[in-house]
Design a binder for this molecule. Sequence first.
Ligand code: COA
Length: 145
Amino acid sequence: MKIEQFNMKDYPAIINIWERAGINVGSSDTKEEIEKMSNRNPNLFLVGRLDHNLIAVVLGGYDGRRGYIHHLAVDPDYQHQGYGKKLMDELMFRFKEMKVHKIHLFIEKYNHSVINFYKKLGWEIRDDLVMMSFIPDEKLYKWKL
Ligand SMILES: CC(C)(COP(=O)(O)OP(=O)(O)OC[C@H]1O[C@@H](n2cnc3c(N)ncnc32)[C@H](O)[C@@H]1OP(=O)(O)O)[C@@H](O)C(=O)NCCC(=O)NCCS
């Protein structure tokens, strides 16, 4: 699998992977929002390509203090073949090069089984934190597109 920076021409393909892999596609995943994210963190928004087909995607972000991982997914036809780990290893290498001190990710509770995937990659569960969210404009946010 060849790892590349995301390009907007691959927008339909990443939506397809997210939908097939069971990732919730919401109002932050419209073409406009994805383009915004891509422009902000071009070197952290990665895709994996095999024989010209897009098979994996991860949306990395950095806010100047912490790194974040969103929407990691491997096409279900290609899961359990080491591609998820390969993409994460590349992203962690890039965060390290950027001297980012700590990286967070969020797992929805229904998706409990993925915890073991991240544990194998060295991630630790935080039980000293409670996540809280706030929506500044109810008109903008939609959980599902
Ligand atoms: C999570 C996901 C990206 C993993 O990608 P993958 O290519 O299937 O994983 P890999 O083959 O690289 O697995 C790496 C290691 O983790 C293990 N692993 C992978 N998925 C696992 C799971 N669901 N539970 C337990 N272990 C898992 C593998 O066995 C492998 O271990 P090994 O190196 O000892 O063989 C992929 O399963 C996926 O797209 N899931 C649906 C979307 C999703 O839930 N994303 C996470 C959002 S937070």
